[in-house]
Structure formats: C-alpha cells, structure tokens
Design a protein around this ligand. Structure first.
Ligand code: FES
Length: 235
C-alpha cells in the first residue's frame, strides 16, 4: 500500500533505542525538521532494509531533540530497528492535538498500553506555566518531576478541574469506560485514537474508519488521529 518511491520522503537515522521505565522501547531519530510530527500527528516510516515489511509504521513523537534535530518515537515500532538503521519518513500527516496556549489546567488521560504520546503535551504546558495531571492505569514511563500521576479512577474529579482534557488510546478503551464517567467527559476533549493506519490515507483503504454517527465515518488517518469526542459516536 505504501511505496516510498511514489512520494517525497525524508531520511532519518536511529541514534539510540532505549527501554523506558514502562518496559517499552523508545527510538531516538535524527531527521530534518520537516519530518518531525507535532504531538498527535504521525509520519509513516519504512526501513529499506525491512523489505519483507509491506506496511509502513506510523510513528508518533514521545519527545523532541533540541534545535529541531529529531524526535523520540513512541512504541510500537519494528523490533528489527537498531541504532544506525536508516529509516525513510513521510512528511507529518493527519490532525494532531490543538491545546490552546492559555490552558491553565491540562488533564492527560492514558487509556492504552502507554502514555508516551501524551508527554510532549505536558512539557509544552509546563513551559507556559500551566498545571498538568495524568490519569492512567498503564505502566508509567519516566515522568517530569512536576507531573502528578493518578489512577484512572480519579478521572471523574478531573473533569471539573481541567480546562482541557487530552486522551490517548484505542476506541475500544474509550467505549469500555463506565457510562457514568464517559458521559461526563466534555465533548471538546481531544483524543488520539490508537488504531491501524496502514495507508495513511494514500490508498483510502478504510481500515482506520471511526464511527461519526448517523451512519457516517471518519478516516482516522486524515480527519484524525486526534479528534474531539463530539466527532465520535460513543453513546
Ligand atoms: S489508513 Fe487507509 S484510509 Fe486511513
């Protein structure tokens, strides 16, 4: 579905792969600034050495190198990638998080296996003098000292505390929240839907379709993968 010869791409190098405290790997890539995704957006990545992998890997940022030299990719990514591997990246794709700069209290909600894709939002909020609280039952990675981590059960109280909620996880995890909690989440909460993005919209495969209500569907790869709860049919 994805053929790097059919599109412009950027060359990246894997500088380091390290295991974080949540037991999952992170890959540090050096690449041109044009190939660095903002939080919630993604690049399609393909290692020419992995000729057997037909599909590209969507990569999300879990952190950024200084001076726009690259980014740290959140898991998952192919286990064959090693320091020194050469990776081809598309330009960033999709719709990412849009957290207003004047947000004073930001709630981060991890519904998936890790919270790596939410952490760049915390660092940006701290730079603006905001407060940030994390709610998740996932294993915790190394966190900034000022980031307070709470179990998901504490999220009910946060719905009134936070100016903005940013979530990440599969749609199934959102639907699995107790009705009483899910219906208290503000409709303008933003969620990074973790789903397969095999073509990134290039082949209109439809695998990433999200229910938008009234029989309509959203393509997570182009209209998302960050959408507001208002855009989804989650009743
Ligand atoms: S990933 Fe193929 S249409 Fe979205």
């Amino acid at each position: 579905m994805y053929n790097p010869r059919q599109m412009n791409h950027y060359t990246a190098h894997i500088i380091e792969i390290r295991m974080d405290e949540d037991g999952l790997p992170r890959a540090m890539l050096s690449c041109p600034p044009e190939a660095i995704p903002t939080p919630g957006r993604y690049v399609l990545a393909h290692a020419p050495a992995d000729a057997d992998l037909a599909l590209a890997t969507p990569l999300f940022a879990a952190g950024y190198a200084q001076h726009g030299r690259g980014f740290t990719a959140a898991p998952p990514f192919p286990a064959t990638w090693q320091p020194g591997s050469v990776i081809q990246l598309t330009a960033p794709r999709g719709h990412g998080f849009e957290i207003p700069a004047d947000t004073r209290r930001l709630g981060l909600v991890g519904l998936g296996l890790h919270v790596a894709t939410l952490l760049p939002l915390a660092l940006a909020a701290f730079e603006h003098g905001g407060e940030v609280a994390l709610f998740t039952d996932a294993p915790l990675p190394r966190l900034p000292a000022s980031l307070e981590a709470n179990p998901l059960a504490a999220l009910a109280d946060a719905t009134a505390w936070a100016d903005v909620l940013a979530l990440a996880g599969p749609l199934s995890a959102l639907l699995a929240l107790p009705d009483e909690l899910r219906t208290r989440l503000p409709g303008n909460s933003q969620i990074l839907i973790e789903t397969a993005l095999p073509c990134g919209g290039l082949a209109e495969c439809g695998i990433c379709a999200l229910p938008a209500g009234r029989g309509k569907w959203l393509a997570a790869c182009t209209a998302g993968p960050v959408v507001t709860l208002n855009q989804l049919e989650i009743a």
